[in-house]
Design a binder for this molecule. Sequence first.
Ligand code: UDP
Length: 434
Amino acid sequence: MKISMVSEHASPLAALGGVDAGGQNVHVAALSTALARRGHDVTVYTRRDSPDLPRRVEVAPGVAVVHVDAGPARPVPKDDLLPYMGALADGIAADWGSAPPDLVHSHFWMSGLAALDAARRTPAWVPVVHTFHALGTVKRRHQGKEDTSPADRTWLEPWVGANADRVLATCSDEVFELKSMGVPPGRIAVAPCGVDLGLFEPVGPAEPRTHTYRVATVGRLVQRKGVGTTISALALLADMGLDDVELLIVGGAGAAEDLADDPEACRLRKLAQALGVADRVVLRGQVPRDEMPQVLRGVDAVVCAPWYEPFGIVPLEAMACGVPVVAAAVGGLIDTVVDGVTGVHVPPRDPEAIASALELLLTKPELARRFGAAGSKRVRARYSWDRVAADTEKTYASLLYGRASMASGTPRLDVARAMRSSEPLTGASGGSNS
Ligand code: UDP
């Protein structure tokens, strides 16, 4: 199949750990590569965010990234990108020319707008498969006024769900959310995120530690990831007699020295100082992907304590390295981490529960080892990118074989025109908080 991926803000080529660069970038890169290994021809369309980027980059056999001129050629927070989706659709349709793909798979709601718009312009029927990665309804529920998404997301996101030919949920929790958003249940399929099992392995070098115990959090430095809750748990652990535990915080828009003025890093440092644990909290900054396994193998446990989590690739990476996971029982983490088998589930925003779970894992190394081994087995059985690509391919094939019945389709909105007529959004700069 000739497949177009659309990932407006999340390029497969971006460095990870910054405010808007994380799981979606990994997902698009790994899924595209795994589909190409199955013989498909994949082009990923993303927004040009630097004048120095070539128009087209071959990133792997069968996978190319095309940088489309849509808005300024510099990094723009993803919550400010909506006005440029019409231009992104223009660029995609122009690149297709008279040879459109067999289908287009869009990632994140704004890419869905661009994909539906580009597909609408071709005389051929190009089905649109959509993965949301995150939902505005969930974000608003948890972040309220702090949500920096554009106001139009409230109606445009359900519109994408209603008009895509298939919506791929990444976990069972998302299926419920999609149904309550109005996505017809018959158009929802499930394909989780995966993990690179060639890179994340239990055996291999591990970073040495300087304290008796070391635990880690990994991810974009945004408040909803709950790193603050884990710092509070560190203080509680000391009260329980475990006062030589180091917390390694991985992630951020740059190396450790670049985080001096990062607002979330400053907040976390202040919290650690106030709780008297600053000497055991290390803000490590961005870690390149190929160094991540040795960081993960060097810790006793990984804590994933988000307020909410659409999927969460980090627990899969930890499990793949044989490391037990303490996970908030939210979103995708409900499916991936098995309580009492590969880790411990805790309620969200509950430092006491995290401290108790860590006490268990740190004082019972045999149990922790068993959880780690079970996690590694679980991801190898269920979460390889090859398996995810095979599941995704089934969804693609079911659509293409049903081409004749779908061709009459739902009438489509002229998104390009809607986008062009919308005023550029103001304010809300400085990054999203998704
Ligand atoms: N990541 C990384 N370096 C960092 C921080 C994060 O490579 O410094 C990677 C991490 O290993 C994972 C991804 O970014 O693959 C984060 O994905 P996840 O789904 O956990 O969170 P999201 O970013 O989607 O909220």
